[in-house]
Ligand binder design. Sequence first.
Ligand code: FES
Length: 116
Amino acid sequence: MPRVTIQPSGIELDVDPGESVAEAAWRQGYVWPTRCWGQADCMSCFTRIVDGELAAVPAEEFELDAIRFRMNPRLRSNALIRLACQLKVAGRGLVLDKPGFRRAEADDSNMTSERA
Ligand code: FES
């Protein structure tokens, strides 16, 4: 099963086939910021690939359009920026940067799979 390391926390996530990184985080009880719940609309879930980019499934047109038209220009110029709600993983060794990534607490229900 693909596994992703999130920096700077060092937490490792197992990502099921066909599942996005954000979905894997929510399923396993972690906070991954969102306001649109995986619709590629809010940009809150953006992350930067730090290492192992060959393990990342290339972005599809839906994600590329969202980045092109909705993301802050300062971020979208970086080719290693991805939307975690769209990012799927095909192997091991992918390392992502997402400051603040952590295990959800009781009052984090708006950022986990348990919607408020
Ligand atoms: S969760 Fe909103 S763009 Fe990814």
